[in-house]
Ligand binder design. Structure first.
Ligand code: LLP
Length: 381
């Protein structure tokens, strides 16, 4: 079990998010050093967690950011990120967000359709600037992850199909206010096997050859994010295997002379440092099972309800003999359940439970359903 400061926790109102900043720093520094060895550029996917304390550490580690809204761009600028390290993605950028990005002078728009390309060109023209763009190509690679977080298949709404790539490149060449900078890919999230990334590399190699035959030069490649983490054994594997991940691209992706390689990692950088701490309100004995009813709900951490995601749960207050509990929240939905048949030491009212690996897509996806208060964040020193 991780080392939590229980005396400090005793005076904090539950539920709350707790971030281990040492673990965050060591994860960021490992990612920065391995990617740096290959000369790769990593952009942190702000959507995973936009707390300013987290963004500050990311900036200090020397990474850029990947934003998917005007507000994420503003948050990154407030945290002092250099606009030249900001990429802007998203399938439905509004005109106002495009203006925000152009005003900020971000490095690149990841463009998802011909229609969007035209709008960016038009807005940039009105503002008298040129927009650097990368085309998000849908590589039709199966990431073998949960169907809600797989994005690189033809049936997903994301990206430009391979069949229309050449025509959209031709369009970009004609538009006066956009400058084609690169190609962008993202196949999905929580990917633990290197196979899908290898397949992505092979697909990109093929695309590059086709484009070369047409004398189209691409300055940069962005392969998105998606590296998964160990939700089952967070203490055994607190830092993801960045060696294998970046090494896979180094081995299989055929970069051209001077071509840059970019990444957009979210979960792998911040998931393990965050924990949702919640207090047991009641233990309820059903006919066949016991429920530990806690004061955190699906509104605080929606991943189990939305993706049937597993988060390790620990009792920080008890070391009695073990029993099985369904750990459920107070929200009026049956899906408000953090885990079924969870093996925990004898659990009673007032015990603190830790719901682990919640630093990514946890607090940021919180909502106020049932008019519940939002859980606050606390940080290790
Ligand atoms: N780049 C693009 C274009 C993306 O769509 C995403 C995530 C990332 C990068 C970062 O992916 P990561 O490295 O974190 O896997 N809420 C879900 C995950 C949604 C991911 C959306 N896109 C969850 O809780 O599992």
């Amino acid at each position: 079990m991780a080392n939590f400061p229980l005396e400090r926790f005793a005076s904090i109102e539950t539920p709350f998010y707790y971030y281990d900043m040492d673990l965050l720093r060591s994860t960021l520094s490992e990612a920065a050093s391995v990617s740096g060895r290959y000369g790769y550029k990593v952009h942190y996917a702000v959507k995973a967690n936009a707390n300013s304390e987290i963004l500050d550490e990311v900036r200090r580690a020397g990474l850029g950011v990947d934003c998917v809204s005007g507000n994420e761009i503003k948050a990154a600028l407030r945290s002092g990120f250099d606009p030249s390290g900001i990429v802007f993605a998203g399938v439905g950028k509004t005109d106002r967000e495009i203006v925000t990005a152009l005003k900020a002078g971000i490095s690149c728009f990841n463009v998802e359709s011909a229609a969007e390309l035209e709008v960016i060109d038009e807005v940039a023209g009105i503002m008298g600037v040129k927009a650097d763009v990368a085309f998000r190509v849908n590589p039709n690679v199966n990431a073998h992850t949960h169907h809600y977080i797989t994005t690189g298949l033809e049936e997903n709404k994301f990206g430009i199909g391979l069949w229309e790539l050449e025509s959209i490149i031709a369009k970009a060449e004609q538009l006066p206010n956009v400058n084609l900078e690169g190609l962008h890919f993202h196949i999905g999230s929580q990917i633990l096997e290197m196979g899908p990334f290898r397949e992505l590399c092979n697909r990109i190699n093929g695309i590059q050859k086709d484009l070369e035959a047409r004398k189209i030069a691409i300055r940069s490649i962005n392969v998105g994010g998606g590296l998964g983490i160990d939700y089952i054994r967070p203490d055994d594997n607190p830092v993801p295997d960045f060696e294998s991940y970046f090494g896979t691209f180094a081995k299989y992706l055929e970069l051209r002379e001077g071509q840059e390689l970019h990444f957009e990692l979210g979960r792998a950088l911040v998931a393990q440092c965050g924990t949702l701490i919640t207090k047991v309100s009641y233990v309820k004995e059903g006919q066949h099972k016991k429920f530990a009813i806690v004061d955190a709900g699906m509104n605080d951490l929606i991943r189990p309800a939305l993706y049937q995601a597993y988060h390790k749960i620990e009792n920080l207050s008890s070391d009695g003999p073990e029993d099985r509990y369904d750990v459920v929240g107070p929200v009026c939905e049956s899906s408000d359940c953090f885990g079924k048949e969870v093996q925990l030491p004898q659990t009673s009212r007032g015990d603190l439970l830790a719901i682990r690996s919640a630093g990514a897509y946890g607090q940021i996806m919180a909502m106020r359903y049932n008019l519940r208060d939002l859980a606050q964040a606390y940080y290790s020193l």
